[in-house]
Design a protein around this ligand. Structure first.
Ligand code: C2E
Ligand code: MG
Ligand code: MG
Ligand code: MG
Length: 281
């Protein structure tokens, strides 16, 4: 009897696994075609200066509108695309799409603020990243100060020694560089000092708790102080409440990004927001 049950469990388990594998495979197949079918779209989330409350930049965030599944969050397909390598064509597509969008905004007379682009670990490991970025900037006729590259702390700190060379190359091209999700990986402070980084983005998980947890608050205050000591600009991500904003202001944070000011917006809505913001000033 026990044996029988065990077998049933086993069968149940394999069916379950098959369903999961099946689901994953079909998502993977769909993702392969997503670029050609124009199902991917870049959204833009404003970054606001705490000095004057103006929009000083934006982060480009990818969105996938699947014909049957609806909206698939990047957290569900970016890690998958990192594993199967699809991040390389997708990453190239989005670099091009963003740079062409920036070109389009310039042509329209809207001088867009600096747009931050997320670069995945796998893209960063490719030696041709600087060439690819240079080629795409040239094709779209945009300047290095039009864009900023975001690399997660995890990406930068794995193989830190060899990564320094890549960062130096990108920096020499005139690009601004940001460490993303700071606080979630392991940073060696000595590397932080040597990396040619301009911006440090404090991870959402710390920002979320600053008004309720004293340890998070002290960590964020400490990180801001340290970053300023290293002459880095500090961006707090995931700012949702006025109370969080107030604390960040007290701690001397430079820039905020989060639902409190705006969620990520389609390009047209983002441009309208930038225009309105400039009319005010
Ligand atoms: P990330 O780079 O840290 O992006 C910030 C995430 O926080 C975004 O999630 C954004 O929508 C979300 N966010 C912004 N403000 C708030 C807020 O006030 N509250 C909360 N709860 N969340 C907020 P999203 O767009 O779902 O992206 C998740 C992650 O997926 C990104 O984290 C990034 O690692 C990756 N990702 C997104 N777009 C791209 C892309 O174009 N390329 C690459 N390589 N990765 C991307
Ligand atoms: Mg980011
Ligand atoms: Mg981030
Ligand atoms: Mg984050």
């Amino acid at each position: 009897r026990a044996k029988e049950q065990g077998r049933n469990n086993y069968q149940f388990y394999t069916t379950d696994m098959n369903a999961l594998t099946q689901q994953r495979l079909s998502l993977e197949n769909d993702l392969r075609q997503a670029v050609e079918r124009s199902e991917l779209e870049m959204y833009y989330q404003p970054k606001v200066s705490l000095k004057d409350g103006r929009i000083v930049g934006a982060e480009a965030l990818i969105r996938w509108k699947h014909p049957e599944r609806g909206f698939v969050p990047p957290g569900d397909f970016i890690p998958l695309s990192e594993e199967n390598g699809l991040i390389l064509p997708i990453g190239e597509w989005l670099l091009r799409d963003i740079c062409q969008q920036i070109r389009h905004w310039h042509d329209e007379g809207l001088h867009p603020p600096c747009i931050a682009i997320n670069i995945s670990g796998r893209q960063f490991q490719r030696q041709n990243l600087p060439d690819l970025v240079a080629q795409i900037m040239a094709d779209s006729n945009i300047q290095p100060d039009d864009i900023e590259l975001e690399l997660t702390e995890g990406t930068i700190m794995s193989n830190a020694e060899t990564n320094i060379e890549m960062l130096v190359m990108l920096k020499r091209m005139g690009l601004s560089l940001a460490i993303d999700d700071f606080g979630t990986g392991y940073s060696s402070l000595s590397y932080l000092k040597r990396f040619p980084i301009d911006v440090l983005k404090v991870d959402y998980s710390f920002v979320r708790d600053i008004t309720t947890d004293n340890n998070s608050a002290e960590l964020v205050r400490g990180v801001i102080g340290m970053a300023h000591g290293l002459k880095l600009e500090v961006v707090a991500e995931g700012v949702e409440t006025a109370a969080q904003l107030e604390l960040l202001r007290q701690y001397g944070c430079d820039v905020i990004q989060g639902f409190l000011f705006s969620k990520p917006l389609p390009a047209g809505e983002f441009a309208a927001l930038v225009k309105a913001d400039r009319r005010l000033g």
